[in-house]
Design a protein around this ligand. Structure first.
Ligand SMILES: [Zn+2]
Length: 143
């Protein structure tokens, strides 16, 4: 299995110790670990066993299986924690190994979604700037 030298996630249990988490499930392509230092029960990370740096590098069997695996993991986390929904974030900073951070959420817990993820001083971009990005996507996706 391809591993990136120095990648904390590819380091397996040694990386888990440093990241303060425990592995709770794996299959031939994916592994799920749950945090032992988190603001809510069930905060977990789904990541490919193979070193894939970012979501923009996702390919192969991991790309083909992601949807089913992510849905199964999120559904199971919701059931086990009795959460209302499960937040899923993909950031890609700090450690260049693709991972999906899943956080079961219930009203009144310590998580804040939506606007809380944006700088409180952020301003909305102009329609012209927003449209420039959206205008290029259809042709780019068709190619
Ligand atoms: Zn890695």
């Amino acid at each position: 299995m391809a591993q990136a030298h120095g990648c904390l996630i590819c380091a397996g249990s040694r990386g888990d110790d440093e990241l303060r988490r425990v592995e709770v499930w794996r299959d031939p392509l994916w592994r799920l670990s749950t945090s032992i230092t988190a603001p809510v029960v069930g905060s977990s990370t789904l990541e490919p066993l193979r070193h894939i740096a970012h979501v923009t590098d996702l390919d192969g069997e991991e790309a083909a299986t992601l949807g089913a695996v992510l849905a199964r993991v999120a559904r199971t986390l919701r059931e086990v924690t009795r959460a209302e929904l499960v937040y899923v974030n993909v950031f890609g900073e700090h450690i260049a190994h693709l991972r999906f951070d899943l956080a079961p959420h219930r009203t009144g817990d310590q998580l804040r979604g939506g606007p809380a993820m944006v700088d409180p001083d952020a301003s909305l971009l102009s329609l012209e700037k927003l449209g420039a990005g959206a205008d290029r996507m259809p042709a780019a996706m068709a190619s």
